[in-house]
Design a binder for this molecule. Structure first.
Ligand code: CA
Ligand code: CA
Length: 276
């Protein structure tokens, strides 16, 4: 029986060498709204799948995750079935090296259990998160900045391979790389309520926000109609002057969505209709 198991593992390894089936390691491709004044911290998941449902009794894994400076990974923690191991105490061995010389990236080594009862994990056909990565990007210098998220077998000393353990042997998964894009907040100046129209409703929204406990503004920059870096009653006055008294129109970004060309400390998050 043991011979059959070994043969199966060897055959599996061989099929993988030629692009066959096995586990898939996957990093996400996503876009998040960042900031020009503060670092952007976001959480993303590395996920595993067994797309052909081979019932692989996985015992552990190793990998490197490379990304471009100045983006860094500041934390990596088990989640899902990994976190559930040993009645919720997680894997026996989970080692993360965050600060690698020569570039930005991390290495992870994980053995699910090192003592009895030995636990293995079968991964589902659809990718399931196994590690939550906390990624930090410095304040944006340009409107959009991207870094590849690459499963790498060249990081660490000694080098850590992208692989998983099955029957005590290391096999190599199909690696799906990702990408993280951080974009500057997009908004229309003067469209305080973010409904895509510039009208008296925006002046009312600003006054309500300032004085009547109205909705919190998701993008304070949009309320800064006069672009002086502050949100106050002068912005509502500026908007009404523009709408009804032939005053100046708001400065850029206006009338279309865009990022703020002038630096200020006003926060701005996701604005309906302006997210790329
Ligand atoms: Ca509006
Ligand atoms: Ca203002």
């Amino acid at each position: 029986m043991r011979c059959l198991a070994v043969l199966f593992v060897l055959l599996l390894g061989a099929t993988q060498l030629f692009g066959g089936s096995g586990l898939t390691f996957e990093l996400p491709t996503l876009t998040v709204v960042g900031s020009t004044t503060a670092p952007t911290t976001t959480e993303l998941a590395m996920s595993f799948a067994d797309p052909d449902q081979l019932g692989l009794q996985t015992q552990g894994f190793t990998c490197g995750i490379a990304l471009d400076l100045p983006t860094t990974i500041t934390e990596a923690v088990p989640t899902g079935q990994l976190a559930d191991l040993q009645f919720g105490s997680g894997p026996s061995f989970f080692s993360v090296v965050l600060a690698l010389t020569g570039g930005s990236g991390i290495t992870i080594g994980c053995v699910f259990t090192t003592h009895s009862p030995i636990q293995t994990i079968e991964f589902p056909a659809v990718a399931e998160p196994v590690v939550i990565l906390t990624v930090q990007h410095p304040p944006l210098v340009t409107p959009a900045e991207s870094t590849p998220l690459t499963l790498s077998s060249t990081l660490g000393t000694p080098t850590v391979l992208v692989g998983y353990v099955l029957g005590g042997m290391q096999l190599f998964p199909t690696a799906i790389d990702g990408e993280l894009t951080v974009v500057a907040p997009q908004f229309v100046r003067g469209d305080s309520n973010g409904d895509g129209a510039s009208d008296i409703g925006d002046a009312i929204f600003t006054l309500s926000f300032l004085f009547a406990g109205g909705d919190s503004a998701r993008c304070a920059d949009a309320l800064d109609a006069n672009d002086d870096g502050l949100v106050d009653v002068s912005d509502a006055v500026y908007t009404t002057n523009w709408l009804f008294l032939d005053g100046s129109s708001p400065a850029e970004p206006w009338p279309s969505c865009g990022s703020d060309p002038t630096a200020d400390d006003l926060p701005c998050g996701l604005v309906d209709g302006c997210f790329p």
